[in-house]
Write a new protein. Sequence first.
Length: 179
Amino acid sequence: MASYELSDFDRRFQSISLVAAIEQIGANTLNVGYWIRDPNQLIQYPDLVTAHPRQDFLWEKTCFEIFIGVQGEDFYREINLSPSQAWQVYQFEEYRYPEDMPPQPAYDIELNQLKRTHYGLSVSLDLTDFMATHKLKWANLFLGLSAVLKTTDGERYYAMQHSSPHADFHNKRDWLHIA
């Protein structure tokens, strides 16, 4: 399991720390855990829902995100995971395209498990259809791990890296080759 410290776009903001860990299980399962340290309890969490519904606009509240790109390809997936236990997957043909709002849902990634934990959030995703359709192996994938945190101090944008002049989780330069 590899872990990565995510940083706030505003590097001066040090009140919350966030670490994400990635674990590849078998040929098609991706587990990701997010560990939050929020000693001042600044984060505002959405209310819990039941049955893990797929919902749009989860990023308007506290939301954790996983971006999955493919080496040498423009298309990618954006996975939104709410501490409410709602989730959604979006498909993009290239950088932020199509520009539909909400984006176009994708159904080639399935949720095995999503739960808010005492330390943050844990998710297990089944990438079987996504990887089979595109004839992919783990070595083909790039991941971007990020979070939008609604806090009493405003919105915070956490990612593995921020190379754009504005917080931009869709920027593939900030993603990690996982192989």
